[in-house]
Ligand binder design. Structure first.
Ligand code: NAD
Ligand code: TYD
Length: 351
């Protein structure tokens, strides 16, 4: 069946991989990438597919209701995959309101426009909301997040994502919008904006700058290669059951400090530096307020019901990611000029 799929946030990190997968895999679908091009959005991420006949770009902010209505009408949108968001925890601590507007109000705008536009025939549509495992809060040393774990968000970012998840559910229950929600663990890979741990540290190692590890580096994250996340979104979008959540994770937990040491080792090898040189850049800095200790996903539901599992090992994925950053110096220089410097100073100076 032909579909006209609106993908929001398609110029960002994960969104660009989802757009690429859908454009290449489904030539019969029309893909409409809608993105406000904030600091995190970059059309350079999509250069290889920008002239594909089934690809369209709309420079629109999800806070602009009238513009959203136009896009739905102009492209006769049949489905939504919603990734547009403010996505960085540290920025949500510096400036929470941006997260309330985009993540909560923006999601409600999209739901409202979809509900009205699809009202005559709700059954043949789908609203896929892309969310995070951070809505579940933090784990101690044991256990995993399942789809029935109670929401307990601890940062303004995760609280805004939890709220948006609740609104998607509410629009499903109240207005019968057919929806699915995926809650994924930490992603890594090419095109990741260098404010998050892995790309920030790769960039700093390249430039021999300090590597600011928060607290004691004991916090643990479950890392998934971004292309495996895009594959999971494709699968749940097409085959997931309406009104259900699917947790997506890498079965790949790393303490931050162990991950940073591995990154230093790999980069010393690739940059032909003396073994141990980059580790000397590690600097322990003041902890993030409300820093979640551990995230770990139980991805057995998506595995058993839809047959999804990660295909890229952490060793392969991390090596490919480092190679991508080393080969895309121009991309890195573009995104780290200008406003990035102001953010960096505000976030890390005097820490
Ligand atoms: P990102 O910050 O790299 O990209 C976000 C994109 O959304 C950017 O292109 C930006 O321009 C766009 N955007 C922001 N505000 C907008 C607005 N008001 N209107 C239209 N576009 C807007 O984020 P990401 O890491 O690719 O994350 C994508 C989604 O996946 C988010 O919803 C995030 O919560 C979720 N997620 C991320 C991770 C992760 O590890 N990065 C893990 C699980 C879930
Ligand atoms: P991040 O990539 O921001 O993802 P999230 O907070 O959504 O999990 O951070 C991953 C982990 O790395 C988290 O425990 C915080 C830590 N971290 C640092 O120690 N130093 C840094 O400069 C950053 C950005 C993160």
């Amino acid at each position: 069946m032909n579909k006209n799929i609106l993908i929001t946030g398609g110029a960002g990190f994960i969104g660009s991989h989802v757009v690429r997968l859908m454009v290449n895999k489904y030539p019969q679908y029309k893909i409409i990438n809608l993105d406000a091009l904030t600091y995190a959005g970059n059309l350079e991420n999509l250069k290889d597919i920008e002239s594909a006949p089934n690809y369209n770009f709309e420079h629109v902010n999800i806070l602009e209701l009238d513009m959203l209505i136009n896009v739905f009408e102009q492209h006769d949108i049949t489905d939504v995959i919603h990734l547009a968001a403010e996505s960085h925890v540290d920025r949500s601590i510096l400036s929470p309101m941006d997260f309330i507007y985009t993540n909560i109000v923006g999601t409600i705008n999209l739901l409202t426009v979809a509900k009205n536009y699809w009202s005559t025939d709700l059954n043949n549509h789908r609203f896929h909301h892309v969310s995070t495992d951070e809505v579940y809060g933090t784990l101690g040393a044991e256990g995993f997040f399942t789809e029935s774990t109670a929401y307990a968000p601890n940062s303004p970012y995760s609280a805004s994502k939890a709220s948006s998840d609740h609104f998607v559910r509410a629009y499903g229950e109240t207005f019968h919008i057919p929806y699915v929600i995926t809650n994924c663990s930490n992603n890594y890979g090419p095109n990741h904006f260098p404010e998050k741990l892995i790309p920030l540290f790769i960039n700093n190692i390249i430039h021999k700058k300090p590597l600011p590890v928060y607290g004691k580096g004991e916090n643990t994250r479950d890392w998934l290669y971004v292309i495996d996340h895009a594959r999971a979104i494709d699968l749940v979008f097409h085959e997931g059951n309406n009104g259900e959540h699917y947790n997506v994770g890498g079965f790949n937990e790393w303490k931050n400090i162990d991950l940073v040491k591995l990154l230093c080792k790999l980069m010393d090898e690739k940059l032909q530096r003396t073994a141990g040189e980059s580790e000397k850049l590690i600097t322990y800095v003041k902890d993030r307020p409300g820093h979640d200790l551990r995230y770990a996903i139980d991805a057995s539901k998506i595995n058993k019901e839809l047959g999804w599992e990660p295909t890229v090992t952490f060793e392969e994925g991390l090596s490919a990611t480092i190679d991508w950053y080393l080969q895309n110096e121009e991309w890195l220089n573009h995104v780290t000029s200008g406003a990035y410097q102001n953010y960096y100073t505000e976030q890390y100076d005097n820490r």
